[in-house]
Design a protein around this ligand. Structure first.
Ligand code: ADP
Ligand code: MG
Length: 263
């Protein structure tokens, strides 16, 4: 049974009396331990889709299930990583990461070894007592990831998590996320508009249409693991990249024509 299931999901927003159709007839699943990426142009409904899996919002029509249960509200079993990690500025790295376990009533004995391991895995062992203001963007995002992983989520939901980082840091974050994922192997739903990022990280890439968002095509990314950035120069990687680019170009053209028609 898939870990994430969306069945005929539609979503519309009503804004100042106007209806915005964000998603249309989405059928989408993520298998246990699958790293699934969703790729689409800005405004096509990617965050809307993720927010419904996270439990921040409800579909207008259709069903969203995680671990075979309807999603009704946010839950630590579905860990969410956003573009901005929104850390508590007055807490240290350690206190930010242990906030979740403490809130759940876990004792230090329960989470201590987990924190040590995670700090090591995200390369922040020497920074436990630092405050967010003392960290770079990439380090903050690593705290954000550790904070979610400590809750041992069944599903990891990532909404353009590296979108605000510079290319160099972003590339390091890809390697870090891959190494962490090789160890934990959670089910991941990863949203991005970056083709290379999607292909480097994911087992499958689903390309969305322009708004109202639908799943245009799902491609299997049968590239060997463990993966490193060098993979981006391989022939198979570039073949997949060309295929995805063609799908996206087709979509932008269609959207541009529709826009002109409605003028
Ligand atoms: P993406 O993440 O792909 O950039 P979003 O899911 O954020 O796109 O938005 C999809 C569409 O839905 C956009 O046109 C956006 O303006 C609209 N939208 C998203 N959230 C809301 C909301 N809370 N109220 C009204 N419209 C919204
Ligand atoms: Mg978004």
């Amino acid at each position: 049974m898939p870990d994430v299931q969306l069945h005929d999901v539609w979503k519309e927003f009503v804004k100042r009396g106007r209806t915005v159709e964000a998603l249309q007839a989405i059928d989408f699943t993520v298998e246990p331990n699958e790293f699934a990426a969703i790729l689409g142009p800005s405004g096509c409904g990617k965050s809307t889709l993720l927010n419904m899996v996270a439990g921040f919002d409800r579909p207008t029509r259709g069903r969203v299930l995680v671990a075979d249960e309807p999603v009704e509200a946010p839950d630590p079993k579905r860990g969410v990583v956003f573009q901005e990690p929104a850390l508590f500025p007055w807490y240290t790295v350690l206190d930010n990461i242990t906030f979740g376990p403490k809130t759940m009533g876990q004792s230090p004995a329960e989470y201590r070894t987990k924190v040590e391991t995670l700090l090591d895995q995200v390369g922040l062992l020497g920074f436990a007592s630092h405050y967010p203001a003392e960290l770079s963007g990439g380090m903050k995002q690593r705290v954000g990831i550790a904070r979610v992983l400590i809750m041992e989520p069944r599903v990891l939901l990532m909404d353009e998590p590296f979108g605000s980082l510079d290319a160099q840091t972003r590339s390091l974050m890809h390697e870090l996320l891959l190494s962490v994922w090789e160890r934990h192997h959670q089910t991941v739903l990863f949203i991005t508009h970056d083709i290379e990022e999607a292909l480097l990280l994911a087992d499958s890439v689903s390309v969305m249409t322009a708004r109202p968002g639908r799943i245009k095509k799902r491609l299997a990314v049968d590239l060997p693991r463990p993966r490193t950035v060098e993979l981006t120069t391989s022939p198979l990687f570039n073949e997949l990249k060309r295929e995805v680019l063609a799908l996206i170009r087709e979509e932008s053209r269609r959207a541009a024509i529709e826009k002109t028609d409605s003028l």
